[in-house]
Design a binder for this molecule. Structure first.
Ligand SMILES: Cc1ncc(C[n+]2csc(CCOP(=O)(O)OP(=O)(O)O)c2C)c(N)n1
Length: 640
C-alpha cells in the first residue's frame, strides 16, 4: 500500500497495515513534525523525540481500543497524540482551548489516565488489567501496556505496582523507556543497576538478531522463545526483575524499529507481567537536544514581540526576578552562613533552583529522584540529626509526600522548611501541575507555620526565619517573577513573627486580607477604587497559619465587609481559615473570598489568563469590591 502521510492518520489502526519501511518513514516524519510543532508552542521535546519508534511500534502491534495503554507522567505522549487523530491540533498544543501537553481523558478515548505526576502507570495499569480479567468474549484478556521512563520507574510506587502485578501474573507489559535521564540525570542505585544491564546491550543485540531471524522460520520461532531465555541468561547478567517473577526482555535498542516490533510481538507470546527494557536517546534526531538533554526537556514558547506601550511600561518598572532564582540565591547565602542547612530535591534540581547549591555544597545536597515520600522522610531524619533541611518540592508534588510531612516531620516536632515553588496556577502544564491545594492539606497539621512572601524582600526574610524556626515552616510562591519591594523597605516592616499580618493601606469602606503575591493585585484593585472615592484597608496576611487573629478581630469589628485573596483553592484555603477564625470570634462580618473555584482549571497559554479566569486580576477584584461596598449599609454591620 502507499504510505499514509502523518497528517492523514486519523486512527492508529492504519499502522497495522503498513510495512516496516513505511513505518520507518513515518517515524522520520513524526520526528520532524515534533521539532517543528513544539518550537511553535513550547512543550516537552527531548523525551518525545526519544520515544517515536516505541510508540509507532506499540500502535502497530496493538489495537489500543481492545488492549490498553497507560502513560507515566505522560509528557512523552506527543507521538501517541499524533497517531490517535490529534496531529492537526498540534498548533494549539498547551494553548488556551488547545490540546493538553499531557494525556487527557477529555481529549481522546486513547488517553486513559489524565496524568502529570510520575510513578503511577504500573499500578493504574494493573488495576485496569485486574478489572478486565475474564471480560473478553474470546477468552483472551486484553493486554495492558504501562509506558514508563527510567526515572518514574525508580519511584517507590512503581515497585509497589510491579510486585503486585508479578504476584497476580497480570496480563501487563511494562515498557521501560530508559534514556538515562529524569529531567536531570537519573540518580540512585536502580539507575546504576540499569546502566550495568545497559552495558550488556551488545551481547543482547547478538541474541536479539539471532532470535529475530529464527522467529521467521516456522516452528523454530516458538522453540526459540524457550531456548532463547536460556541463552540470554548465559549472555546477559541476571536480573532482579526475573527473580521477582517479572519476565524481562532487554536491553533493546529502542530506535531499531524492527527490533522494537519483534520484541513487542515476543512479549505478547509470554506470560505477564513482562518488562520490556528499551534504551533510547533523549532528544534523538535534534542535535542540540541530544547534546543537552536537560535543557531540551522542555522548550519555552517563542517570546512574543511586545507592543511599544509594553516596552515602555517594562522599562519604567523595576526589574523582577523569578521566585525560583531568588530562592536559589537566598538559600546559597543562608547555607554559606549555616552549615547545618541541607537541601533536598525530588528529581528536579534546576526547576526548584538548587543547581548552584548542588555545585557549591555537594555534601549537603540530596537529589532523591522521583521519590517525594522518601525525600520528606529523609528531611525528617536529617532534622532529627540536628540539621536544618530545606525540602524544595513543587507544591503539587509535595502531595505525594503528605503522609511523611505528617508523621516523619510534624508529628515528631521536627523542623523542616518546605520550599513549595509553583504554589499557584501554572499556565500551560494545567491541572496536574497547579499547586493550589497545599494550604488546605498542610493547614490541618498542628504547629506548622504556613507563610507566603509578597515580594523579593519577604522571600529572603521568610527563608531566614524558617531555617531557624522552632517548628516546620512551609513557604509557597508561584511560577512568577517577584516584585522587588512592594510596600515599605525591609527596615520598616514588622518582624516576621508567625501569626502577624502587615497593614499596607488604610481605608474605611472595606478590608482586604491577601496572601503572598495576591497582595499586589489587591493593592492595585484598591488603587483603582480609590479613584472612585472608595477607600479600602489592605493587609498582607503573610501567614495562613497561624493567622493574625487580633488583626482579623479588629478589622471584623471596624468594617462592613472583608475580603480574602489567595492563589489557592477556595475549598480549605486561606479564605476558609479566615472565615473559621471570624466564626470562632463570633463575628458575623460579610466575607467575600477570592481564589481558585471548586474545579480543575484547564491548561491555558499563561498563568495570567488563569488568574483572570479565577477573578484574581485587579479589575475583577475591583469590580467585586465595588459591589460589596455599594451593597453594604452601616446597618449591615453585624459584628458585636
Ligand atoms: C511525582 C512527580 N515528581 C516529579 C515530577 C517532575 N517530573 C516531570 S518529568 C520528570 C522526569 C521523568 O523522567 P522519566 O520518568 O525517566 O521519563 P523521561 O522524561 O526520561 O521519558 C520529572 C522528575 C513529576 N512529574 N511527578
Amino acid at each position: 500500500m502507499t504510505r499514509i502521510p502523518l497528517h492523514q492518520i486519523e486512527s492508529p489502526q492504519v499502522l497495522q497495515d503498513m510495512n516496516l519501511q513505511e513505518l520507518e518513514a513515518l517515524c522520520e516524519e513524526m520526528r520532524q513534525a515534533l521539532i517543528e510543532k513544539v518550537f511553535q508552542t513550547g512543550g516537552h521535546l527531548g523525551s518525545n523525540l526519544g520515544v517515536v519508534e516505541l510508540l509507532v511500534g506499540l500502535h502497530s502491534v496493538f489495537d489500543f481500543k481492545r488492549d490498553r495503554l497507560v502513560f507515566d507522567v505522560s509528557h512523552q505522549c506527543y507521538p501517541h497524540k499524533m497517531l490517535t487523530g490529534r496531529y492537526a491540533e498540534f498548533g494549539g498544543l498547551r494553548q488556551t482551548g488547545g490540546i493538553s501537553g499531557f494525556c487527557n481523558r477529555a481529549e481522546s478515548e486513547y488517553d486513559l489516565l489524565t496524568a502529570g505526576h510520575a510513578g503511577t502507570a504500573i499500578s493504574f495499569g494493573h488495576g485496569i488489567a485486574e478489572g478486565l480479567r475474564g471480560s473478553s468474549r474470546d477468552g483472551e484478556d486484553p493486554w495492558v501496556v504501562s509506558f514508563v521512563g527510567d526515572s518514574g520507574f525508580a519511584s517507590g510506587v512503581s515497585f509497589e505496582g510491579l510486585t503486585q502485578a508479578a504476584d497476580a501474573k497480570a496480563r501487563q507489559i511494562v515498557v521501560l523507556n530508559d534514556n538515562e535521564w529524569s529531567i536531570a540525570k537519573s540518580v540512585g542505585a536502580l539507575a546504576r543497576y540499569l546502566s550495568r544491564i545497559r552495558s550488556s546491550r551488545t551481547l543482547n543485540k547478538v541474541y536479539e538478531r539471532l532470535h529475530s531471524l529464527t522467529t521467521k522460520i516456522p516452528r523454530l520461532g516458538q522453540r526459540m522463545d524457550e531456548i532463547g531465555e536460556v541463552i540470554r541468561h548465559v549472555l546477559v547478567p541476571g536480573h532482579v526483575f526475573e527473580e521477582l517473577g517479572v519476565n524481562y526482555i532487554g536491553p533493546l535498542d529502542g530506535h531499531d524499529l524492527e527490533l522494537v516490533i519483534d520484541s513487542i510481538e515476543r512479549a505478547k507470546r509470554l506470560d505477564g507481567p513482562i518488562l520490556l527494557h528499551f534504551l533510547t536517546e533523549k532528544g534523538k534526531g535534534y542535535a542540540p537536544a541530544a547534546n543537552d538533554p536537560e535543557r531540551a526537556h522542555g522548550v519555552k514558547p517563542p517570546t512574543k514581540v511586545p507592543s511599544p506601550a509594553n516596552v515602555a511600561a517594562r522599562a519604567a518598572a523595576p526589574e523582577r526576578k523569578s521566585f525560583t532564582a531568588l530562592f536559589s540565591r537566598e538559600l546559597l547565602r543562608i547555607a554559606g552562613q549555616d552549615d547545618r542547612v541541607h537541601a533536598i530535591t525530588a528529581g528536579m534540581p534546576s526547576g526548584t533552583g538548587l543547581t548552584k547549591f548542588a555545585e557549591q555544597f555537594p555534601e549537603r545536597f540530596h537529589d532523591v529522584g522521583i521519590a517525594e515520600q522518601h525525600g520528606v522522610a529523609l528531611a525528617g531524619g536529617l532534622a532529627t540529626a540536628g540539621k536544618r533541611p530545606v525540602a524544595a518540592i513543587y507544591s503539587t508534588f509535595l502531595q505525594r509526600g503528605f503522609d511523611q510531612v505528617f508523621q516523619e516531620v510534624v508529628l515528631q516536632g521536627e523542623r523542616v522548611v518546605f520550599a513549595m515553588d509553583r504554589g499557584g496556577l501554572v499556565g500551560q502544564d494545567g491541572p496536574t501541575h497547579h499547586g493550589v491545594f497545599d494550604l488546605a492539606y498542610l493547614r490541618a497539621l498542628p504547629g506548622v507555620v504556613l507563610a507566603s512572601p509578597r515580594d523579593e524582600i519577604d522571600l529572603a526574610r521568610m527563608l531566614d526565619a524558617g531555617v531557624v524556626g522552632s517548628t516546620s515552616w512551609a513557604l509557597r510562591w508561584p511560577r512568577a517573577n517577584a516584585h522587588p519591594c512592594l510596600g515599605p523597605e525591609p527596615e520598616f516592616r514588622p518582624e516576621l513573627t508567625p501569626g502577624t499580618a502587615e497593614r499596607l493601606r488604610s481605608g474605611s469602606d472595606g478590608c482586604v486580607f491577601a496572601l503572598g503575591v495576591m497582595v499586589e493585585p489587591a493593592l492595585e484593585a484598591a488603587e483603582l477604587l480609590a479613584e472612585e472615592g472608595i477607600q479600602l484597608e489592605v493587609w498582607d496576611a503573610r501567614f495562613c497559619k497561624p493567622l493574625d487573629v487580633g488583626a482579623l478581630a479588629a478589622a471584623g469589628r471596624r468594617h462592613q465587609w472583608m475580603a480574602t485573596v489567595e492563589e489557592h483553592a477556595l475549598a480549605g484555603g486561606f479564605g476558609s481559615a479566615v472565615t473559621e477564625a471570624l466564626a470562632d470570634l463570633g463575628l458575623a462580618c460579610r466575607v467575600s473570598r477570592h481564589g481558585v473555584p471548586d474545579l480543575f482549571v484547564d491548561h491555558m497559554s499563561s498563568r495570567d489568563e488563569q488568574l483572570v479566569f479565577c477573578g484574581l486580576d485587579p479589575q475583577s477584584l475591583a469590580k467585586a469590591w465595588r459591589e460589596m461596598t455599594v451593597h453594604s449599609t452601616p446597618a449591615g454591620i453585624s459584628a458585636d
